[in-house]
Design a protein around this ligand. Structure first.
Ligand code: HEM
Length: 409
């Protein structure tokens, strides 16, 4: 058994270049060092879990918790979190960073709005948004899929659900991107601080406005829960709105973008889907597995010592379940590096598992199904724009998504 006292290598999980070679790196780790100790740029040491069965078990294991405040000293928290105390308090008290019983209390406040049945009611509106966005570019014969289609579609939907003006969406994107790109990078987080503060100020105005003029939207419903007391504290209200905006901004855009990219890289699969649109459900699941938008699950901490593959994960250590690696695990998926829109029994981990399983999964699935089918129907002759420089993955830690995806049709 090895313990955790030796120096752990810095791992560059952030760059575009890493994302290019990530899958072969994970394959090596799955085989040789499935529980891999490394150091993040903020000095935090963590264990990377790359095998399907370990990632799956860890996501459901209550020995690994999300809120480390009982495990870490104030000094450790400050060093790791990077954000100043006030901003941290307002942004990080969400369900995603909570454990039972707080987790269930917070999740239950919004769960109803995200059930498959409620989401199905949005179908007509999502179709309308997809068509309006494509109307704008149809005659141009080219577009950047990310900026002109994949990004605005889910943002308009989540803004409408929350009751936020969609005109502010570019502003959100700038703030949200800055935060995601600074995740675990102290220097970048310091640079992003003014944007984070503007975001908080914006939420403050929004909350005040809705307190005065409640409407039929999620923000008003959450404020109602806050004023009834016991259910939601003010920092939790901010953190909830923040989580929903960021989740709505940073994920489905990449499912649509990565999906178009995977299909263009595999013309036989694209043809198959075009001639059999009923394959759309299995195609979306395959995109989630093959190029999942969330590369690594969010951080968890060991609440007690855990021995895994002869490695001692000590109480207080951080672990990261590599979803992208689990989804290419050869022991779980036949020919895992093959992109197959007809793949059956696709038990990918792209939406996580256990109590933190993605709240937005039904919404993300519906949005991406409508987006891809509408795009392929209206632009049947879709190609990568040959004048484009090689495509690059965004340099972010948690996510996998392209910076740009220029196409012609
Ligand atoms: C393709 C799109 C999406 C993907 C791949 C995705 C993926 C994930 C994953 C992997 C987790 C679990 C993280 C962990 O356990 O460490 C998660 C949680 C979550 N997601 Fe998503 N997500 C997507 C879209 C959305 C959307 C559109 C929303 C809502 C607007 C959303 C809201 C959430 C929330 C609130 C959580 C936290 C749930 C909890 O802690 O109980 N997601 N998502």
């Amino acid at each position: 058994m090895s313990n955790s006292n030796h120096a752990a290598p810095q791992l560059d999980l952030f760059s575009s270049e890493f994302k290019d070679k990530a899958y072969s790196f994970y394959a090596r780790l799955r085989e040789q060092e499935p529980v891999y100790r490394f150091t993040l740029p903020n000095g935090q040491v963590a264990w990377l879990l790359t095998r399907y069965e370990d990632a799956q078990a860890a996501l459901k294991d209550n020995r690994f918790i999300k809120n480390p405040h009982t495990l870490l000293s104030q000094e450790q928290m400050n060093k790791m979190m990077v954000l100043p105390m006030l901003e941290r308090d307002l942004l990080t008290n969400s369900m995603l960073n909570s454990d039972p019983p707080d987790h269930a209390r917070l999740r239950s406040l919004v769960q109803k709005a995200f059930t498959p049945k409620m989401i199905e009611e949005l179908r007509g509106r999502i179709q309308e948004i997809a068509d309006t966005l494509l109307d704008k570019v149809q005659d141009k014969g080219k577009m950047n899929i990310i900026n002109e289609f994949a990004f605005p579609l889910p943002i308009i939907v989540i803004c409408e659900m929350l009751g936020i003006s969609t005109e502010d969406r570019d502003q959100f994107r700038e703030w949200s991107d800055a935060i995601i790109e600074a995740s675990n990078l102290p220097e970048k987080m310091r640079e992003a601080l003014p944007k984070i503060q503007s975001f908080i100020k914006y939420m403050g105005h929004l909350i005040e406005e809705r307190r005065k003029n409640p409407a039929e939207d999620l923000v008003s419903a959450l404020i109602q829960a806050e004023t009834e007391g016991e259910k939601l504290a003010e920092n939790e209200l901010y953190s909830m709105i923040f989580l929903l905006i960021v989740a709505g901004h940073e994920t489905t855009v990449n499912l649509i973008g990565n999906g178009v990219f995977a299909l263009l890289q595999h013309p036989d699969q694209l043809e198959k889907l075009k001639s059999n649109p009923e394959l759309i459900s299995s195609a979306i699941e395959e995109i989630l597995r093959f190029y999942g938008p969330v590369e690594l699950a969010t951080s968890r901490w060991a609440n007690e010592d855990v021995l895994l593959h002869e490695k001692l994960i000590r109480k207080g250590d951080m672990i990261v379940a590599a979803l992208a690696s689990a989804n290419r695990d050869e022991t779980q998926f036949e020919k895992p590096d093959l992109f197959d829109v007809t793949r059956k029994n696709n038990r990918h981990l792209a939406f996580g598992l256990g109590i933190h399983y993605c709240l937005g999964a039904p919404l993300a699935r519906l949005e991406s199904q409508i987006a891809l089918l509408t795009l392929l129907r209206r632009m049947p002759n879709l190609h990568l724009n040959p004048e484009t420089a090689p495509l690059k993955w965004r340099p972010t830690y948690l996510m996998r998504g392209l910076i740009e995806l220029p196409v012609v049709f």
